[in-house]
Design a protein around this ligand. Structure first.
Ligand code: ADP
Ligand code: ZN
Ligand code: ZN
Length: 684
């Protein structure tokens, strides 16, 4: 029986209970654990039984006969994830179930089930447009590839239509088949959900964090009972229980949000591939789609593990934006918008077109500083600056949430002239209000400037209102963080500008260029989507980039919209430097009040690997403080492990973890707050 024992407790996650009779694996039950009753999953596979609890086995309290057992492939996926990400089975299994389910007893469950809509006879999906030859090739490849398909196509090249018709096909071929469609973010792309609903009607359910716990449970039950045929969801939906899963789609497969940053730090994209593989005998297929695939997936396709299918053109003749680079070195240091860019924006707006400005920092300014003594607004709890939010008159930490009023005078020297340094979306919006003040729209009204970031989109309603306003054309210039680059289908955008993407070019994180390229290409994809609209305009569709490094090779590839070129160059660099995807990595992270405690514990942990299997093929680096060493008063450090052999790395981790758990009471671990393994880490 799998029960949710704490990850670091001495109890195994798998405990034995007395059942009325042998129950099939995957059956949901309620069992006593200590003084509580908890949800458990029957697990008959040979797993480490853990220590016996007490002298006598305790009886199972409730068997949930009303629900079919979780499917075998679901159990196999949980088993794989627990091993691969080095977490306990119980933790992974229970975290994979909807939280509201864990709180129910059999009677409450019964009532929930009664309230579900009656299963209605399956409606045939509405038909889509006839596919282009390229799309048809992609669809057929999915049937015949016998391996994951990497669908490589620019924004607007028709990938979503391929997903829709692939779903329609499996639904038609098999009256009970189900499809799972993963997307990085649903709230930002309401059009996508609408498209799926228009095609599949009531057969679609969503699973994401924007739902209430009750809604989420309802949708989960519909999927588990086979009533929902298409599940559209974010990262956690990879765990949906789908008794007859035949197709998995991972859209925008490069998106970092597929990687969980807590608990079992799993990659939903990678688990999607594993899940399809577990179901390969049943003919389950998986397609990963992107305009800028992750280098991991790109490399897998180069080696033939995935089949790459290209969708070369944007649909309906939509125009690819031309890149315009602006050399910021030729402008004063604090330039927000170079004159040429400002002029271009003014021109678009006057013509009734829209502009999208990308600035990946929210707030007014990333730091407030004193020009006299050099004081800066540091967070008292983190190694980060407090960000100035002008409208709220607050300094806020974006890492721990600390907020305080802006000091009237410098805490260092008393100087009253504190200045915001740098730029954020709030400041850019204010600046635009000033410089576009004299301009009117084509309809004679004043220009409207919107802002889309985590501050303005605090609630789903606020977000929908804002997106609606942009769609209706009520907003002429939209300023925002990377949120604006996601899937919106804004019809009248002819200009997209990246205000200051240089941070990413010079970041310590070696994945930053890959992300920047993806972000810029995705942002560029927002422009010129409506070919008919663009056709009778005089202005060209453009992507402007303000940078101090206009000769960076990334921009040359971007100008050609050449992802393959960019990927080849990045992969060559990574191969030479021995970095992923040419090696596999894992991080051991440790947190303590004192940095030295964390570092010393990591050094001790490293020593424990000496005689472990796989050690000869694994490189251990020295423990180091994390780039952002302090968050919310906690010091963080990490130890990087690397190997060209995934099995060697896995063998070492599997043998290492029990030692680390066992060492909890040793003096080395004194003062340690937390530690965790991150397999295939995305950021440092
Ligand atoms: P992507 O997912 O790659 O961004 P979409 O599937 O959204 O591309 O396609 C872009 C646009 O082209 C959409 O408006 C879509 O409805 C339309 N479209 C896609 N495929 C076809 C087709 N075969 N015939 C006509 N229109 C299509
Ligand atoms: Zn000062
Ligand atoms: Zn902080």
């Amino acid at each position: 029986m799998l029960v949710p024992t704490p990850a670091h407790s001495a109890l195994g996650a798998c405990l034995s209970y007395l059942g009325p009779r042998p129950l099939p694996s995957g059956t949901l039950v309620r069992v006593p654990l200590g003084h509580r009753t908890v949800l458990g999953v029957v697990w008959n596979a040979a797993v480490d039984p853990g220590p016996a609890v007490g002298p006598a086995l305790r009886p199972v309290q409730e068997v949930w006969h009303a629900l079919p057992p979780l499917p075998q492939d679901w159990c196999a996926l949980v088993d794989f994830a627990a091993r691969y990400y080095q977490r306990s089975l119980g933790e992974v299994a229970l975290a994979a179930l909807p939280p509201a389910l864990r709180a129910l007893d059999a009677n409450q469950l019964q009532r929930r089930l009664q309230r579900l809509p009656q299963a209605s006879p399956a409606q045939p999906p509405a038909s889509g447009p006839p596919l282009t030859d390229d799309q048809r090739r992609a669809l057929d490849a999915l049937d015949s590839a016998g391996r994951p398909v990497l669908l490589f196509g620019a924004t607007g090249s028709g990938k979503t239509e391929v997903y829709l018709q692939a779903c329609a096909r499996i639904l038609q071929d098999d009256p009970a088949a189900q499809a799972l469609v993963l997307v990085p973010e649903i709230n930002l792309t309401p059009q996508l959900e609408e498209r799926f609903r228009a095609r599949f009607g009531e057969a679609v359910v969503t699973l994401h964090s924007g739902l209430t716990p009750a809604q989420r449970l309802r949708h989960w039950l519909l999927a588990h009972l086979g009533q929902a045929r298409v599940v559209l969801g974010t990262r956690t939906a990879v765990w949906a229980s789908l008794p007859r899963l035949r197709l998995i789609v991972v859209d925008e497969e490069h998106d970092p949000s597929y990687k969980s940053q807590e608990g079992a730090r799993y990659s939903a994209r990678d688990l999607a591939v594993v899940r399809a593989h577990l179901l390969s005998a049943q003919g389950c297929r998986v397609v990963l789609g992107s305009a800028t695939p992750s280098l991991e997936s790109w490399y897998a396709a180069e080696r033939g593990r995935y089949l790459r299918v290209d969708l070369p053109d944007r649909m309906g003749g939509a125009v690819r934006p031309t890149l315009r680079l602006l050399d910021l070195r030729q402008h004063p240091r604090d330039t927000l918008l170079a004159p040429a860019l400002l002029q271009a924006i003014q021109q678009r707006v006057a013509q009734g077109e829209q502009a999208l400005l990308l600035l990946n920092r929210r707030g007014y300014a990333p730091v407030v500083a004193c020009g006299d003594c050099g004081w800066k607004s540091g967070c008292p709890h983190c190694s980060a600056y407090l960000v100035y939010h002008k409208a709220q008159r607050l300094l806020r930490c974006h890492h721990c949430g600390h907020a305080q009023a802006v000091p009237r005078a410098c805490p260092g020297c008393g100087n009253v002239d504190l200045a915001p340094l740098g730029r954020g979306t709030e400041r850019l919006q204010e600046h635009l209000h000033t410089v576009l003040a004299n301009l009117t729209r084509a309809d004679g009204n004043p220009v409207r400037i919107g802002r889309l970031d985590a501050d303005t989109a605090r609630t789903p309603q606020a977000l929908q209102e804002l997106l609606g306003a942009v769609h209706r054309g009520d907003i002429d210039v939209l300023v925002g963080t990377q949120m604006v680059a996601k899937g919106h289908d804004f019809r009248r955008i002819t200009l997209v500008a990246a205000i200051n993407p240089d941070d990413a070019l010079f970041a310590a994180d070696w994945r930053a260029p890959e992300r920047l390229f993806a972000l810029l290409l995705q942002a560029a994809g927002r422009a010129g989507r409506d070919a008919a609209f663009v056709a009778d305009r005089r202005s060209a569709v453009e992507l402007w980039v303000q940078t101090t490094a206009p000769h960076h090779p990334l921009f040359a590839a971007l100008a050609r919209h050449d992802y393959p070129g960019f990927a080849a160059q990045q992969l060559a660099e990574r191969c030479k430097a021995g970095m992923p995807p040419f090696v596999h990595q894992a991080l051991l992270r440790a947190e303590a009040r004192q940095l030295d405690t964390a570092l010393a514990w990591l050094a001790w942990a490293a020593q424990q690997t000496q005689d472990l299997p796989g050690r000869a093929q694994v490189t251990l680096y020295a423990p180091v403080p994390m780039t952002m060493v302090r968050v919310a008063g906690v010091e963080r450090a990490q130890l990087l492990l690397e190997s060209a052999s995934r099995p060697a790395l896995q063998a070492l981790l599997a043998a290492w973890l029990p030692r680390l758990h066992a060492g909890r009471s040793l003096p080395q671990a004194r003062g340690l707050l937390r530690w965790a393994i991150d397999v295939d880490p995305l950021g440092y």
